[in-house]
Design a protein around this ligand. Structure first.
Ligand code: GLN
Ligand code: ZN
Length: 764
């Protein structure tokens, strides 16, 4: 009898109910009780949705973030919010957002008081968690209220509840020491609190606890590996059974370690580490449960159930009751319900499974294992049909695209001449001053733009009317930039609601959902487009807008594109071929756009790779392979142009130290990066590596409403000039201006242009 369970469920709600409830509360449009009621309703609904499983997760719900909640459970609040009394929920929001509700936004710095906790990516997903903060003197104390209360709620719903917590080693691993002390030194103080938490569960009659230790899929040194032994030796004496959950990858050299821990069960991500599952079955003691993560919790494709049963059945025979099955990881990373989709093309829809459908798949697998395949013959047959349709569909397979990818050779990604030669030709053509000024692409998304877009979507504005409205915005952007005296202009991206969706919508091989939202952080969600087939570009995507913008000015107008790696990393990507292949297909499609822009006379083309760094694999040993195809894809996209055409790229981060050589390999003529927040400290990467081409270190932090002064910008640029020769420096903001107001942008850019003039006037 295989046992079914789930590691975690998306909490945002099928219609993003949690997002809207949070935002109402933060804007003071609803009470705390109303917000809490929405949370309770969502938890209840989601437990009902999972009720047919043998074990259902409890504790995976969070109003903002599950790591933040764990910090509260462990009594690890940052010093700066300890003084606050009142509701714990408000305190959690203070840590997460730097304020509890809207007040600070309205009153400015005077009441904001506390700094927001740092946020960072949850392993290699696009979910962001609030980083636990530690110092040498951090103490922990248990607050089990949230978990115990939710346990009672779950039981009242009639489900078999399994509390889910983040394990002690991963909790320390996820955090940051604020005083450079060794956070592992806190383990002896932390373990008794975990012990007390397990005791609290035991007192409630809890049988199994899922304890997440995904740090085990990363490269760990001896010290961290030892910590696992210490931790689980100490916790094994408790009266609950521990299911240690790993996910997002292979355990590799941590596999033996995990199997030797005194735990009652181990969960392994069978999507990424199926071989390890079989090895673990042999290594675990014969009393331990092995949980197989057989349904992909990271994508939206139907599982090939018959193929899964092929390899799973023998394991089930060996393990009997000791086999548990589940999705590979928490379903936090997929949308809730495919049933909500009304507009998805029927053929493509038949290939998909969102969270609820993934649980259906899980129960079919369990039935097949427990009662024989005949008991679910029709479900298996229709699954086989869907898998076969997808595999052979002409929508997925485009022989011309496959042939083009097969023909790629290194020369395609090679500029005709080295940067030095190109730079002088570009200088002769563009005639830019020293310290040229530019912006990153978007200008404020005004109420007019949003209104026109929603009218157009609703059918109240026709194509021509929409075009006119967007052109009016372009005119406005160009006039503003001319008045400001910027050197290289942009059209402002008014026609784009999203830098990936905009291109996806115009490419063959992409589909879009209406409700396919996935939590990114707090109330923020993204709706990744679905890359399902071979990618091609039926026609030019941006040329009309850019040539229109260029017709309004004599200054060079930048063509503005999103790069292949970023499009890939921000999409749900097909799982039937390597990501590198899909990326090369995207590269060839965007390359055609680059060449069309060049043909149309566009002299400067920017290809954004905002998400290139995000795609780095969890293990450093795999970085090289990723960077190789990622950089190759960028080169394929960008480097087919003539020497005179200037290629820019933009990246929304600046931790370049470990990937700077790859960035240089992309061979863009100009790169603009985010540096302003850290006072150019982030340019450290450029100390040890002589970046060969031009750089625009961002001097205006667009994430803040603050207006940088002229002096501040001059100072930042002087720091940059200590590392990069001044003739290769550009002056620009650190990202697009989409989220700002014109009233902020105009004074900020006025100061930026003035700063560039000051710099030009100064002697070398
Ligand atoms: N060109 C885009 C913009 O300005 C870049 C956005 C980004 O880097 N995230 O909006
Ligand atoms: Zn950016």
């Amino acid at each position: 009898m295989a046992i079914t369970h789930n590691l975690g469920f998306p909490r945002i709600g099928a219609k993003r109910e949690l997002k809207f409830a949070l935002e109402r509360y933060w804007k003071d449009q609803s009470s705390r009780d109303e917000l809490k009621a929405v949370g309770a309703q969502l938890r209840e609904r989601h437990w009902q949705d999972q009720a047919r499983l043998d074990f259902v997760p409890v504790g995976d719900f969070a109003f903002y973030d599950q790591v933040l909640d764990m910090s509260f459970t462990l009594g690890n609040l940052p010093e700066r919010v300890r003084g606050f009394h009142g509701d714990a929920l408000d305190n959690a929001f203070r840590v997460a957002r730097g304020r509890s509700a809207q007040a600070a936004e309205e009153h400015g710095a005077c009441c904001s008081g506390v700094a927001a906790g740092e946020m960072t990516k949850w392993f290699d997903t696009n979910y962001h968690y609030i980083v636990p903060e530690f110092t040498a003197t951090t103490n922990f104390s248990l607050d089990a209220t949230r978990l115990v209360t939710q346990l009672a709620e779950a039981r009242a719903c009639g489900v078999n509840a399994k509390p889910v917590i983040i394990g002690p080693v991963t909790y320390l691993w996820l955090g940051k020491s604020k005083d450079d002390s060794d956070r592992l030194a806190l383990l002896p103080k932390l373990l008794p609190v975990y012990g007390a938490l397990l005791d609290a569960f035991a007192a409630q009659g809890v049988d199994w606890v899922q304890i997440d230790e995904p740090a085990l899929v990363t490269e760990l040194d001896a010290k961290w590996r030892d910590a696992f032994v210490t931790a689980y030796d100490s916790l094994s004496a408790r009266r609950v059974k521990l299911l240690l959950a790993t996910y997002f990858g292979q355990l590799q050299d941590n596999l033996e370690l995990a199997c030797a821990l005194p735990i009652d069960g181990l969960h392994i991500d069978a999507i990424n580490a199926r071989d390890e599952l079989v090895r673990a079955a042999a290594m675990l003691p014969d009393t331990a449960v092995l949980s197989a993560g057989v349904i992909n919790g990271r994508n939206i494709w139907k599982t090939d159930l018959n193929a899964t049963l092929e390899w799973l059945t023998p394991l089930a025979k060996t393990l009997g009751e000791r086999l548990w099955i589940a999705p590979s990881c928490s379903l936090l990373h997929v949308p809730v319900d495919l049933e909500s989709e009304q507009k998805l093309d029927a053929e493509i829809r038949a290939w998909l499974a969102f969270a609820l459908q993934k649980l259906d798949e899980l129960t079919v697998l369990a039935d097949a294992l427990n009662h024989g395949r005949d008991s679910v013959a029709s479900a298996l047959a229709s699954n086989a049909q869907a898998i076969e349709n997808r595999r052979t569909s002409p929508r997925v397979n485009n022989p011309a695209v496959k042939a083009a990818v097969a023909k790629i050779d290194a020369a395609l990604g090679q500029r005709l001449n080295p940067y030095i030669t190109r730079a002088s030709k570009q200088a002769a053509r563009l005639k830019l001053p020293a310290f040229p000024t530019t912006t990153i692409g978007s200008f404020p998304q005004t109420a007019e733009i949003r209104h026109a877009r929603s009218q157009f979507k609703a059918g109240a504005l026709d194509e021509a009317g929409y075009q006119i409205a967007m052109q009016a915005e372009i005119v406005r952007s160009v006039r503003e930039q001319e008045a400001l005296g910027l050197d290289v202009l942009v059209h402002g991206e008014a026609e784009r609601n999203d830098m990936v969706e905009y291109f996806g919508e115009q490419l063959e091989g992409y589909a879009f959902s209406q409700f396919g939202w996935v939590q990114s952080y707090g109330s923020r969600c993204v709706k990744p487009p679905i890359l399902f087939g071979d990618i091609s570009r039926p026609k030019a995507m941006t040329v009309e807008w850019i040539t229109y913008a260029q017709s309004l000015t004599d200054k060079p107008m930048k063509g503005m594109l999103t790069g292949p790696v970023t499009i890939l990393n921000w999409s749900f990507v097909r799982d039937d071929q390597p990501r590198s292949v899909s990326c090369r297909q995207l590269a060839l499609a965007i390359r055609e756009e680059v060449l069309d822009l060049e043909k149309a006379g566009v002299r400067v083309i920017q290809i954004d790779e905002a998400a290139l760094r995000e795609g780095l694999p969890l293990r450093r040993s795999q970085w090289h392979a990723y960077l190789q195809w990622a950089v190759e894809s960028f080169r394929l996209t960008a480097n087919g142009v003539q020497d005179e055409t200037q290629i820019h790229t933009h990246m929304c981060y600046s931790e370049f130290n470990d990937i700077i050589a790859s960035i240089a390999d992309m061979d863009a003529d100009v790169i603009t990066i985010e540096t302003s927040r850290s006072d150019m400290e982030l340019l450290d990467a450029f100390d040890n590596f002589k970046y060969p081409n031009e750089i625009g270190p961002g001097v205006y932090d667009i994430h803040s409403p603050n207006i940088p002064s002229q002096e501040h910008i001059v100072q930042l640029m002087r720091k940059a000039a200590e590392r990069i020769p001044r003739e290769r420096l550009w002056v620009n903001p650190d990202c697009g201006l989409k989220t700002r107001q014109w009233a902020e942008v105009v004074p900020a850019l006025t100061n930026m242009v003035a700063a560039a003039k000051t710099l030009r006037a100064q002697q070398h």
